[in-house]
Design a protein around this ligand. Structure first.
Ligand code: NI
Length: 193
């Protein structure tokens, strides 16, 4: 058990394409995931990708906390399927496919870009699959925040950070500044991932 150092934007590992995990059940993968879980808990985010802790393999962890799942704006958008809490999930060698072409804009943060946020458009509805730590297949559909977190984390595996997906760079800035003007009427600002 250990808290790992999180790479920050500018470190070359965050721009690399990560390699598939050959054996999800290998003991070293299990130990590494324990450290990732400790690191995520310490940092207070909702998701973490292996390359963010300097290990360029296709593995992410994430969760959808109950408070986030109930965010009003998602309910208002009719995304009530997303109102369930998603427990901490370990997803290995993930594959994502958009369902339909509806997109939604929301603010995202990232543990590799501390104190900042920006608005990113992403598909609302996705299907994702991969393997769990037990080597068993995981296949889920996701909407709203759940779908956003999975897409954000999996982007890390292809060396993509959310600022590369911001269409209006005026929405990219320091949390402290942006929240002054946004938070009053927008409650779906993302937690750091
Ligand atoms: Ni991130």
């Amino acid at each position: 058990m250990a808290i790992l150092k999180i790479a920050r934007m500018g470190h070359p590992i965050l721009g690399m394409k990560s390699i598939p995990v050959a054996d999800p059940q290998a003991p070293e993968i299990g130990y590494f995931v324990e450290d990732m879980i400790d690191t995520l808990a310490d940092a207070g985010g909702v998701g973490l990708a292996a390359p963010q802790v300097h290990v360029p393999i296709r593995l992410v962890i994430f969760k959808v906390p109950a408070a986030r799942a109930a965010a009003e704006r998602y309910r208002d958008a009719g995304l009530d399927e997303d109102s369930e809490e998603i427990p901490l999930t370990v997803l290995i060698n993930p594959v994502i496919e958009a369902i339909g072409n509806e997109t939604h804009a929301a603010y995202e943060g990232c543990l590799s870009i501390p104190e900042m946020m920006g608005e990113v458009h992403r598909p609302v509805h996705i299907r994702y699959s991969g393997l769990g730590l037990d080597g068993e297949p995981i296949e889920r559909e996701a909407k709203g925040f759940h779908a956003r977190v999975v897409q954000h984390e999996c982007d890390h595996l292809d060396g993509i950070l959310y600022p590369q997906r911001i269409s209006d760079m005026r929405t990219f800035g320091y949390n402290e500044e942006l929240k002054k003007s946004i938070v009053a009427n927008d409650d779906d600002n993302e937690e750091a991932t």
